[in-house]
Design a binder for this molecule. Structure first.
Ligand SMILES: *[C@@H]1O[C@H](CO)[C@@H](O)[C@H](O)[C@H]1NC(C)=O
Ligand SMILES: *[C@@H]1O[C@H](CO)[C@@H](O)[C@H](O)[C@H]1NC(C)=O
Ligand SMILES: *[C@@H]1O[C@H](CO)[C@@H](O)[C@H](O)[C@H]1NC(C)=O
Length: 147
């Protein structure tokens, strides 16, 4: 566990260099350098708020702020897709869902989109309990590949 976590961090560090604001440890699920835009993880520390992160991957033309946008839908009600309630200003590529937007026992789906091109690059679904931290690296990775 500790071994794979540090391997994972080393790997991420090698891949992303200084572009990651900081190593976020278990909040990061995976980063795949050969992929296009994708979510790198979602994490809830206390099940009251959560955050999702993404990477432009190989699409270096989509690294500008606003080039990729996050939309989400909850499966409880027949809700419309809505845009990320709060793009964190101080952290690159992070969407923050505060308490108002965080409901437990609710299925969330998030999509990573380029709005002008109307392209959805990635989608992930989870519940807040699924992504609760501090969590385990493997749990997180498995979750990510199972959705
Ligand atoms: C960005 O680059 C990718 C491949 O590198 C290309 O497929 C895509 O159309 C480009 N998108 C824009 C908005 O230029
Ligand atoms: C969550 O954010 C929205 C606007 O982004 C704000 O109106 C609301 O008061 C915030 N809720 C909490 C609990 O901070
Ligand atoms: C965006 O794409 C979706 C599905 O690919 C389509 O249903 C929708 O009409 C498109 N929206 C616009 C504004 O082109």
């Amino acid at each position: 566990m500790a071994y794979s976590l540090s391997l994972g961090l080393l790997y991420l560090g090698l891949l992303c260099g200084n572009r990651l604001v900081s190593a976020r440890g278990s909040e990061l699920f995976t980063a795949n350098p050969s992929r296009g835009p994708h979510f790198t993880g979602c994490r809830s520390r206390e099940q009251e708020t959560f955050r999702c992160w993404w990477s432009a991957g190989t699409f270096q033309n989509l690294t500008e702020p606003g080039a990729l946008r996050v939309f989400y839908q909850t499966k409880n009600a027949l809700s419309e897709w809505q845009e990320c309630p709060d793009y964190t200003r101080t952290v690159e590529n992070e969407c923050y869902f505060n308490k108002t937007y965080t409901q437990i026992w609710t299925s969330y789906c998030v999509q990573l989109r380029s709005v002008p091109q109307n392209i959805t690059y990635d989608e992930a679904c989870f519940t807040v309990e699924n992504i609760a931290g501090p969590g385990d690296w493997h749990t997180a990775v498995n979750l990510w590949f199972v959705y």
